[in-house]
Design a binder for this molecule. Structure first.
Ligand SMILES: CCCCC/C=C\CCC/C=C/CC(=O)SCCNC(=O)CCNC(=O)[C@H](O)C(C)(C)COP(=O)(O)OP(=O)(O)OC[C@H]1O[C@@H](n2cnc3c(N)ncnc32)[C@H](O)[C@@H]1OP(=O)(O)O
Length: 319
């Protein structure tokens, strides 16, 4: 019974059409022809392999930024981020993640998803700051739309989702982790929404997500102070659900998904959807306004100056 998963498939609605057009436009704008080819290759490959299905999606010039495997016995997919140096989320990387999420969501063989990182000590450094510094405005808007898409897909996923947080997870990395159903983290790393520390503002849907995860009072303090929590603090606040030694993070995520799989899928999915739909609907209804706010905010001279100084501080630290 636990294995019967009714999944909402993406039907050819105007939203899906818009998404396909969006992807097509991106491939044209940014030379992502390989993403398209690889997503085709994914479709062709998976039914042919026997046990472990492996899919590697790469964009022009950078191979294996995202590795997706589906264990065909358990139906658990693993999405492993590998975009050196710190898995920062740029437009192309986000697009690959969205394509993979769509494919997994539509795959009848997949019931669970684990997101993790191949880069030692880093889960995900959040948004690629270079996307926001001295930007091309069209690309900046596409970038934000693609991030919104990732959140909508991941937070709204019918799959059982777990973040295996095996490294630092600030800002957008924390967003990604909190969009999952379950978070297991290794000790000794930092996680949180630190936007204010950079002089920028976490938008309303980041705020809603952290409030949904750990309650209003702790979230308002965390958001205003831009606190990056240690793994242990995050556990105490309910931002993460479990801490285990680094080498057990993946196995723990797998075990947790097995536990969730014992619950009748349809009941679990309807419950998840009822709980998360209001936040997702809110973003849907304010999507264009949110993109315009982001664009207007980021392109302010004062914000550009602050971002420039932040980039310099990161570079100095790296030396
Ligand atoms: C009023 C209406 C408002 C409407 C909305 C408007 C608002 C905007 C909201 C925008 C939301 C943004 C969310 C984000 O995700 S912003 C990004 C935040 N991320 C961070 O602050 C992380 C910064 N990075 C770090 O803290 C560390 O790098 C680390 C991840 C902890 C890893 O540390 P370490 O291993 O020591 O590595 P280095 O620090 O030496 O970095 C190596 C290398 O990587 C570059 N880098 C790091 N982070 C990023 C990044 N996020 N983007 C791009 N590049 C990054 C770093 O500069 C080094 O590069 P070099 O080797 O070339 O110097």
């Amino acid at each position: 019974m636990g294995q019967v998963q009714s999944r909402l498939t993406i039907s050819p609605t105007p939203t899906k059409l818009a998404w396909m057009m969006h992807l097509r436009m991106l491939t044209t704008m940014h030379g992502l022809c390989e993403v398209r080819q690889c997503s085709k290759r994914w479709k062709n490959l998976c039914p042919q392999t026997k046990n472990l299905q492996k899919c590697q999606m790469s964009s022009a010039g950078s191979s294996e930024m995202l590795q997706v495997t589906v264990d065909d016995k358990s139906g658990i997919a693993t999405m492993t981020m590998c975009r050196p140096p710190v898995n920062s989320l740029n437009l192309e990387f986000l697009t690959q993640i969205n394509i993979a999420l769509e494919k997994l969501e539509n795959s009848k063989d997949c019931s669970g998803l684990i997101i993790t990182s191949k880069i030692p000590k880093i889960f995900c450094a959040g948004l690629d700051i270079m996307e926001m510094y001295q930007p091309n405005v069209d690309r900046l808007q596409e970038f934000w739309r693609t991030l919104q898409e990732m959140y909508i897909r991941l937070y709204g996923s019918q799959l059982i989702t777990a973040a295996a947080i095996n490294g630092a997870s600030p800002a957008g990395g924390c967003l990604m982790a909190m969009s999952c159903d379950y978070r297991v983290m290794a000790p000794g790393y930092k996680i949180g929404l630190n936007e204010t520390q950079l002089g920028i503002v976490a938008p309303f849907w980041f705020q809603d997500l952290i409030i949904n995860t750990m309650g209003f009072r702790q979230s308002e303090m965390a958001l205003q102070l831009g606190t990056l929590f240690t793994s242990e603090e995050a556990l105490n606040l309910g931002m993460v659900d479990k801490i285990v030694p680094q080498e057990q993070v993946m196995e723990t995520a797998i075990q947790e998904i097995h536990k969730w799989k014992k619950i009748p899928g349809f009941a679990r999915q309807i419950t998840k959807s009822a709980l998360r739909k209001p936040s997702i609907d809110k973003l849907h209804s304010k999507r264009e306004e949110d993109i315009a706010n982001f664009r207007d905010f980021i392109t302010k001279d004062s914000i550009q100056k602050t971002l420039g100084m932040y980039i310099e501080s990161l570079k100095k630290k790296a030396k």
